[in-house]
Design a protein around this ligand. Structure first.
Ligand code: GTP
Ligand code: SPV
Ligand code: MN
Length: 585
């Protein structure tokens, strides 16, 4: 098949990798519709995908991953730089030459009897000076079909690249999915990624976490921009005024839901527009504001909990042309998960293909089961998503999943304090990564698993941005997940988060007052829009905002753990902010 590119850097590199991996066939992908149909047919024949009910899920497919391969593997993810210091204390580090050699042991001959797909893709709007080209070589047809949804895949990438050598080199080999031979390795100096032994999302869709976040953050530091684990949304007021906000929540902590929010009925005339749901690239604009683009073209969203009342826009988005991974499969060729609108099916196959009934003890869908859906399906898609300069950001929000301690919302006193709030973020671990769930850990800016260099330098880079952005966004902290003594969430969340968002954009515009607390500025109860909330009172709101000094003593101590780990790289501003917080408390 023709390569569709004459770029010699690409042709030479692909030839080298073919010689290394020794596939039986090489298929150059062009991103066309006929190619999509061909690949889908092939995937069904190979048993990789099951075609879903064409009336109820047009153009959609079902996939089960290996049960040992259902989430990102942080302990097998490496940053390979000449010195360990560059990767920093929060990353796994390996010396590049040694890791290249080790990986060659895995990739040599790894595609014998298999097909190598050459997947050219573009991260960011075509023609944007911020967009980045990647080429992923993979022996997984599932990866090709997912990349086709998640990125601008095909000839558009060759057009952007031209004759340039500036593209990310990605190699993915499935191997035998033995966790012992699983590695996700980044070589930021070479703009190269090699991932072996996994077939799951963030480990293998190399444009996403590997390029757009780990390599992206590394390049961002060098080139003066930020690659962040953030959604981007636009708030349109009844008068037609649009305000853009970026928000970092850790994995499976609410970005997709917030990005697609549908305001409650009392917010008549307000609309939320989705620019992105997972990744933001932000750069200082010539006008002194911070601008952001979404480098992706689709959503790889958490299925459980998604339904017509929590996230109607997601339900509309996944109604067609979607790939479902590790959800439950009903006998009529439709899908189900815990928290779906439909009641539990009397019988179905669970995410491992085992018969399941409502009496079964285990969950039907894996807690990290996902849908891959094109953003074009989203009824709330912001038209600005294709604008090459992106959107100007008025507010940045940091949020974690915290059962206690953290209030619903507060605003930082200034940029440095806001960076401190982001840097000290804690969150309960979720099923998005392999390992224990529900344990509070520090996840600075929701980037702990995704920062491609020394976390201390990353804080410094954030602080330095202040000098390049004359009109910096206001910074806020939120927590949708505070619980009462009975273990129930104190805040209804989802669409009701609009109330918090409204206060945030009003603060960013200087339109509303606030109370000063030791943590930052908080809404005065009389300013917070509680109208139309059934049975939710001003006292309930104040309980959510309560600052418990005993809890905060523990919180500050637990923040110290991260600071000690980073100590020799930590900007002194962070230490001073800690001292000021202790003094205020
Ligand atoms: P990644 O794709 O892993 O980066 O996750 P994400 O941050 O996009 O998370 P997502 O929006 O998919 O939400 C993850 C889980 O949190 C889902 O089960 C949601 O139902 C739940 N969730 C999202 N928003 C809220 C909220 O406001 N309140 C509560 N209680 N749960 C929420
Ligand atoms: C996350 O874990 O933050 C995700 C899903 O967005 S994955 O792409 O698998 O990393
Ligand atoms: Mn994510």
């Amino acid at each position: 098949m023709s390569s569709h590119t004459t770029n010699l850097h690409v042709l030479t590199w692909v030839q080298e990798q073919v010689r290394l991996c020794q596939p039986d066939r090489v298929v150059w992908c062009d991103g066309s519709e006929p190619e999509r149909f061909r690949l889908q047919e092939q995937a069904v024949r190979d048993g990789v995908l099951i075609r879903l009910n064409p009336e109820k899920h047009p153009g959609s497919f079902y996939h089960r991953s290996n049960p040992n391969d259902v989430a990102r593997v942080e302990q097998l993810t490496y940053i390979c730089t000449p010195t360990e210091e560059e990767a920093g204390p929060t990353n796994n580090w390996a010396e590049p030459r040694a890791m290249y050699r080790r990986l060659e042991g895995h990739t040599r001959g790894a595609m014998k009897g298999r097909t190598m797909y050459v997947v050219p893709y573009l991260m960011g709007p075509p023609g944007s000076p911020l967009a980045k080209v990647g080429v992923e070589l993979t022996d997984s047809i599932y990866v090709v079909l997912n990349m086709r949804i998640m990125t601008r895949m095909g000839d558009v990438a060759w057009q952007q690249l031209g004759d340039s050598d500036d593209f990310n080199r990605g190699l993915h080999c499935m191997l035998d999915l033995n966790p012992e031979r699983r590695l996700v390795c980044h070589f930021p100096q070479d703009n190269t990624i090699i991932s072996v032994g996994s077939g799951y999302g963030g480990n293998v869709l190399l444009g996403k976490k590997c390029l757009a976040l780990r390599i992206g953050s590394y390049l961002g530091r060098r080139e003066g921009w930020l690659a962040e684990h953030m959604l981007i949304l636009g708030v349109e007021s009844p008068r037609g005024e649009k305000t853009y906000v970026a928000a970092a929540f850790p994995s499976a902590c609410g970005k997709t839901n917030f990005a697609m929010l549908v305001p409650p009925v009392s917010f008549e005339g307000w609309r939320i527009w989705t620019v992105g749901d997972d990744i933001a690239w932000m750069y200082p604009g010539a006008d002194g504001r911070l601008w952001a683009i979404n480098p992706e073209a689709g959503y790889f969203g958490v299925a459980p909990g998604t339904n017509g009342s929590t996230n109607p826009n997601a339900m509309a988005t996944l109604a067609r042309d979607t790939i479902f991974t590790n959800v439950a499969l009903k006998p009529d060729g439709t899908v189900w998960w815990e928290g779906h609108d439909d009641p539990p099916p009397p019988e179905c196959l669970d995410w491992q293909g085992r018969p399941w009934t409502p009496l079964s003890r285990e969950k039907a869908a894996h807690p990290n089961s996902r849908f891959t859906a094109p953003m074009a399906n989203n009824p709330s898609l912001a038209p600005e998503v294709d604008h090459s300069q992106g959107v100007p950001i008025s507010a940045i929000i940091f949020g974690g999943r915290r059962a206690s301690t953290l209030p619903l919302v507060c605003e930082a006193f200034n940029w440095v304090h806001g960076v401190y709030l982001g840097a000290t973020m804690g969150s309960e671990t979720t099923a998005a990564a392999a390992g224990a769930v529900g344990q509070v850990r520090r996840d600075p800016m929701a980037m702990l698993p995704f920062c491609g260099y020394n976390m201390g330098w990353y804080f410094r880079h954030w602080l330095n941005m202040r000098k390049r952005v004359k009109l910096p966004p206001h910074i806020f902290q939120v927590n949708w997940f505070r619980k009462g003594p009975d273990g129930r969430y104190l805040w209804p969340g989802f669409g009701e988060n609009m109330r918090v968002l409204k206060w945030i954009i009003d603060r960013a515009a200087g339109r509303v007052g606030a109370w000063e607390t030791p943590l930052g500025w908080v809404p005065r109860t009389q300013d917070f829009p509680l109208d139309g909330m059934d049975g939710f009172t001003a006292a309930d709101f104040e309980a959510l905002q309560n600052i418990n000094l005993e809890e905060w003593r523990r919180e500050v101590l637990s923040q110290d753990e991260l600071f000690m780990k980073l100590y020799s790289f930590l900007p002194k501003e962070m230490i001073f902010q800690r001292e000021l917080l202790v003094a205020r408390l």
